[in-house]
Design a binder for this molecule. Structure first.
Ligand SMILES: *[C@@H]1O[C@H](CO)[C@@H](O)[C@H](O)[C@H]1NC(C)=O
Ligand SMILES: *[C@@H]1O[C@H](CO)[C@@H](O)[C@H](O)[C@H]1NC(C)=O
Ligand SMILES: *[C@@H]1O[C@H](CO)[C@@H](O)[C@H](O)[C@H]1NC(C)=O
Ligand SMILES: *[C@@H]1O[C@H](CO)[C@@H](O)[C@H](O)[C@H]1NC(C)=O
Ligand SMILES: *[C@@H]1O[C@H](CO)[C@@H](O)[C@H](O)[C@H]1NC(C)=O
Ligand SMILES: *[C@@H]1O[C@H](CO)[C@@H](O)[C@H](O)[C@H]1NC(C)=O
Ligand SMILES: *[C@@H]1O[C@H](CO)[C@@H](O)[C@H](O)[C@H]1NC(C)=O
Length: 625
């Protein structure tokens, strides 16, 4: 029994302060808080805690004729926090609570049958007391006064300050909340609220055996997904104990804090309720699951849920992933989750090209299968993750010290149940080099993106305008003719076409560039494996993009205009793209290396940028056409 290992329990209970208005109310009604061998409690009689806060007695929860023994808040009889015989109701008002000859607490029905027993043994002088914390304890009456049984060890649907849920790692004994079957039936319901002690401790709500809600792992301050806990930490002290003897979660109330309770309702909601003395009503401080994104695994493995997104599109994939079943995903069935676009480079443990993408403001994914090391720094965590292929993500374990946190959580299985949450934390997701790209931890996220997108765009628009009004346009009109009647020059290797005088004949596409190379079709055919399907890396409306190895250039992206879409307009666009792309070198534009114009082929060869979107290659057709 954990109480025996927990000498601090009693001091915790002292923190729960008595409340004057209750004490005065009960003063007029001098009930006893103690049941001893000579006494019994019949239906209609009660035990009242010394300060008057809690009452033990029989109650009918609405179900006609059924009666239960329980403990409730004295000021609100409906706030029942413990039920003894929840699955064995009494059918009349003739039940009685006694201490048996074997020093067990027994609930006996009118026929003398034991309907509930504490199943303990004690000394002759065992006493049972209802404490001011709401805990019913059975003690040895001898000098040791050791607790032999307590109701806090047998939670119903309510966690009170000083109680715990979790596991005793020595005995294997577990404590968890179980819902009522319905609002007026205390029988054991389907929902359970447990502290999952596997991996990194987190609280989990189960429906039957199925996980339906998760608080996220404990991060030293609060549960990763319940950042609200920070807003009422002036009232409560949260205690997550992780020791060789136990992993438990509980809380205590700071002095002066009103009554509070955590309740698992019969319809599967976990609530933190605080008694408002002025309105004499319970105020809901937290309720989970709070929205669609709190539904466990709503967006599947590697899916990311955003509750502020429009109601039908709250699921997306984490960066570098795309829906595993695109058709189902489109139909809003996101259960299959997401799949990695580009396989990871596992490396040899010493060097890998993989890196990490930071996801900010999230509830950390399910830690049930995660592993943990509290003793290392975040930097060591990163190194450790990188060194082992099976590590998919990492995050700091403890945020107490401020900064980026310490300790290390490592995920090796699919990341499940990931969502955005206000004030959430950072998750470092292992990603292939090509996925890292420009959005590496963006310091000033929106500004960076805005500049990154608008600068090239504005440049292009200005260039187009300038182009339209400039003498170049006349030249370009000549070039257009050229495109329509491509020269039959075969180059087997890339070659540099030098700047040609404006009036030289025939006119050349590269007129406007200082030096612009053309490349022979055979070289392109060789580079792309004869335009092999296997080398296709993307398709635009009018073109297909291949990846290839071109002599003298290394890895390139080859954009081949589709023959069937080679209208005059497209050819014109093609020419313009060459002209434009060859003029601008900007960090955010892909560099055009050379072109090929043979046998009615219109081909552009770009430098291959692993970390760039394909849109940049398709760009010409999308933005200029
Ligand atoms: C309960 O106590 C009363 C007297 O206080 C006694 O008459 C009665 O028999 C007791 N009932 C049981 C079940 O022990
Ligand atoms: C006491 O033991 C009986 C029989 O082993 C069991 O059915 C019952 O659930 C136990 N009661 C409690 C409160 O553990
Ligand atoms: C009190 O009772 C417990 C068990 O019932 C026993 O182990 C302990 O030795 C007793 N203590 C004294 C001081 O009698
Ligand atoms: C969530 O969606 C809303 C609405 O589309 C958007 O404004 C917000 O940036 C998204 N949050 C995150 C963290 O992506
Ligand atoms: C790769 O992942 C991104 C999401 O980060 C997605 O938008 C894109 O379509 C994916 N690319 C491919 C080729 O599947
Ligand atoms: C943990 O891993 C096991 C084995 O891979 C898997 O069956 C299970 O679903 C995982 N549990 C969670 C909560 O991710
Ligand atoms: C990676 O981690 C797994 C799981 O802990 C372990 O079994 C495996 O040996 C590790 N591999 C290396 C190369 O360290």
């Amino acid at each position: 029994m954990w109480s025996k290992n927990q000498p601090h329990l009693h001091s915790l209970l002292l923190i729960v302060v008595p409340f004057l208005f209750v004490s005065t109310a009960s003063a007029a009604n001098p009930e006893s808080d103690i049941l001893d061998k000579g006494r019994n409690i019949t239906d209609g009689e009660t035990l009242v805690s010394p300060g008057g806060s809690f009452t033990l007695g029989f109650f009918p929860p609405g179900v006609l004729g059924k009666r239960y023994l329980g403990i409730w808040f004295s000021m609100d009889e409906d706030a029942i926090c413990w039920v003894a015989n929840r699955d064995h109701p009494l059918t009349d008002a003739r039940g009685v609570l006694v201490i048996s000859d074997t020093r067990s607490l027994l609930l006996i029905d009118s026929s003398g049958q034991v309907v509930w027993s504490s199943n303990t043994t004690g000394t002759a002088s065992t006493t049972v007391q209802l404490l001011e914390s709401g805990n019913l304890v059975s003690r040895d009456g001898n000098a040791s006064g050791a607790i032999t049984w307590q109701s806090f060890d047998h939670p119903s649907n309510t966690l009170l300050p000083g109680m715990k849920i979790g596991k005793n790692l020595w005995t294997g004994e577990e404590w968890y909340l179980t819902s009522w079957r319905s609002a007026d039936d205390p029988a054991t319901g389907n929902f359970r609220y447990i502290t999952d002690t596997e991996g990194v401790p987190q609280n989990v709500m189960l429906d039957g055996g199925k996980r339906i809600y998760r608080t996220g792992p404990w991060n030293g301050l609060w549960f990763s997904g319940v950042t609200e806990m920070g807003t009422y930490s002036d009232m409560f002290i949260y205690r997550l104990t992780s020791s060789p003897s136990e992993i438990t979660y509980g809380y205590v109330a700071k002095a002066g804090t009103p009554f509070s309770r955590l309740v698992l309702t019969d319809d599967g909601l976990f609530r933190r309720l605080v008694w408002d003395t002025s309105s004499r009503a319970w105020k809901i401080f937290f309720q989970g699951p709070r929205d669609i994104c709190d539904q466990y695994g709503r967006c599947g493995a590697f899916g990311l849920c955003n509750a502020s997104a429009p109601s039908t599109s709250f699921c997306s994939c984490v960066r570098g992933f795309s829906p595993a079943s695109p058709v189902q995903w489109k139909m809003r069935d996101t259960s299959n989750g997401c799949r990695r676009n580009v396989t990871l480079d596992c490396g040899n443990g010493i060097s890998t090209t993989d890196g990490f993408v930071v996801m900010q403001g999230v509830k950390l994914p399910d830690t049930h299968n995660a592993s943990v090391d509290a003793s290392i720094t975040l930097e060591e965590c990163r190194t450790r993750c990188l060194a082992n292929c099976s590590c998919l993500a990492y995050a700091p374990l403890d945020l107490k010290g401020g900064g980026t946190g310490t300790g290390c959580i490592i995920w090796r299985e699919d990341l499940m149940d990931l969502r955005h949450v206000d004030g959430g934390q950072s998750l470092f997701l292992r990603s292939a080099k090509s996925e890292l790209g420009e959005a590496q931890p963006p310091k000033s996220f929106p500004t960076g993106i805005v500049i990154g997108v608008t600068v090239p765009l504005v440049t292009i628009i200005l260039a187009l305008v300038a182009f339209w009004f400039s003498p170049w346009r006349r030249r370009w009109n000549r070039e257009r003719i050229l495109v329509d009647n491509p020269p039959r020059v075969v180059h087997n290797a890339p070659r540099v076409v030098d700047n040609v005088a404006p009036d030289s004949h025939p006119p050349n596409l590269a007129l406007l560039t200082t030096s612009f190379p053309a490349v022979g079709l055979p070289a392109v055919v060789q580079a792309t494996g004869n335009f092999s399907e296997a080398n296709i890396i993307g398709k635009g409306g009018f073109s297909v993009i291949y990846k290839g190895e071109l002599d003298g250039y290394g890895t390139v992206a080859v954009k081949r205009l589709k023959q069937d879409s080679l209208s005059e307009k497209i050819k014109g666009d093609y020419a313009r793209e060459i002209v434009l792309m060859s003029r601008f070198t900007h960090a955010n534009l892909v560099k055009l290396l050379c072109y090929c114009q043979e046998n009615a082929e219109c081909i552009l060869v770009y430098e291959f940028m692993r970390n760039r979107s394909l849109n940049l290659y398709i760009f010409g057709n999308h933005c200029i056409a």
